[in-house]
Design a protein around this ligand. Structure first.
Ligand code: ZN
Length: 374
């Protein structure tokens, strides 16, 4: 029976259209290769658009489906299915089931609370982590450093976006603000945008046009306005987001993955009151790369940069090359990170790390290469 059925004639472009839907959501040859064993089992690939209690919405080649997440909700909160995950879905039954998640390339993780020190995945398979910072209030450099550590650690490339730039009419003041932020974010692009007059949005659109972008920031940072500007419509008001903020891993965690009109996808996270680091030593090192560079020149290899003779870090503070605020912030984040690491099960961390650490290193190498070319 080599002759195509009448069904095939009536929908001749189905396969191409279906693959276009997945491609638009980030599907590529590597995902296809990862998915091959599941395809053999008759499962279909889908990307998680949002997760609700025990269920999730996924985009598949034939459209959006809702599926039960019982098979992908293990005890380990870092392995629970999350927005941005690629998954293998059994679509034949009722209810439908997500049977497995493909290994994540990157993952944005924070700690849920200082008491429990559990990691919480905010988004998976993210390429660009946009950290929104409002210029309407005093810029908190320490908080930016904290978000940057989280972003670098995830394996995604961070980007700082200063929003509400129209509220700083004095160009000299604005330039100083940007300079301060740039100094806290070595190797990171700092953009100034105003959703009010559209300034800077073209650049942001160009950056987010490929791959998956996540918006991070505290409440009031202008994330929703930024999302609406990128999406070209008021989508964020329609999808109510609920912040769980440490109230437990089984609470509803709605995060939305949306298609950008210029290509690429956007994941919005709820406004975070604070972000706790979760095993982000590498990320912290990346944020404070210039301090780690200085540290390489200290006389003692185990120098704590407190009062040791021949300390290159203290010498840099002395000469004014390095600000004391920056060194304090570095120490604070390192201490916080060490506390979290001490509390968390080592085996679990090693397992999680294995999943995306290689990709993280790869991302940093690519980023360094890009910077080298610029
Ligand atoms: Zn030192």
């Amino acid at each position: 029976m080599s002759f195509p059925s009448s069904d095939a004639f009536s929908t001749p472009f189905t396969t191409a259209t279906a693959s276009a839907v997945l491609d638009a959501h980030g599907w590529d040859e590597r995902w296809e290769a990862e998915f091959a064993p599941y395809a053999d089992q008759g499962l279909v690939p889908g990307r998680v658009l949002r997760v609700d209690r025990g269920q999730c919405d996924l985009i598949t080649a034939t459209g959006t489906v809702r599926a039960d997440t019982a098979f992908v909700t293990p005890h380990d909160p870092l392995r629970v299915i999350c927005t941005g995950d690629w998954a293998a879905v059994e679509t034949s039954g009722n209810p439908r089931y997500v049977k497995a998640c493909l290994p994540r390339r990157t993952a944005i993780v924070r700690s849920t609370s200082s008491q429990r020190s559990e990691g919480q995945i905010l988004a998976a398979n993210v390429d660009h982590a946009v950290i929104a910072v409002s210029l309407a209030v005093e810029v908190d450099l320490g908080r930016i450093e904290r978000f940057l550590a989280l972003a670098w650690e995830s394996g995604a490339l961070p980007l700082v976006v200063l929003t509400k730039a129209d509220l700083v009419p004095d160009p000299v003041v604005l330039a100083h603000l940007v300079q301060d932020v740039e100094a806290t974010a070595p190797g990171v692009t700092v953009l100034t945008v105003s959703s009010h007059n559209g300034e800077g949005l073209d650049v942001l659109r160009a950056v987010t046009a490929g791959g998956t972008t996540v918006l991070l920031g505290v409440s009031g940072a202008g994330k929703s306005t930024l999302a609406n500007a990128l999406l070209g419509e008021d989508v964020m008001d329609v999808h109510a987001t609920r912040d769980v903020d440490g109230k437990g891993r089984h609470t509803t965690t709605t995060r939305n993955l949306l298609l950008l009109p210029g290509g690429g996808v956007l994941i919005d996270t709820p406004g975070l009151r604070g972000v706790g680091l979760w095993d982000a030593a590498t990320g912290v090192g990346q944020v404070f790369s210039e301090i780690e560079d200085h540290a390489g020149h200290c006389r003692f290899q185990d120098c704590a940069h407190e009062a040791e003779p021949g300390c290159a870090v203290l010498a840099a503070v002395e000469s004014g090359e390095l600000s004391e605020r920056r060194l304090d912030s570095y120490r604070k984040l390192l201490r916080e990170n060490q506390r979290i690491v001490a509390k968390t099960d080592a085996r679990l961390r090693a397992e999680i790390r294995r999943d995306w650490k290689m990709k993280s290193a790869e991302g940093r190498a690519n980023h360094a290469a890009k910077r080298g070319r610029a």
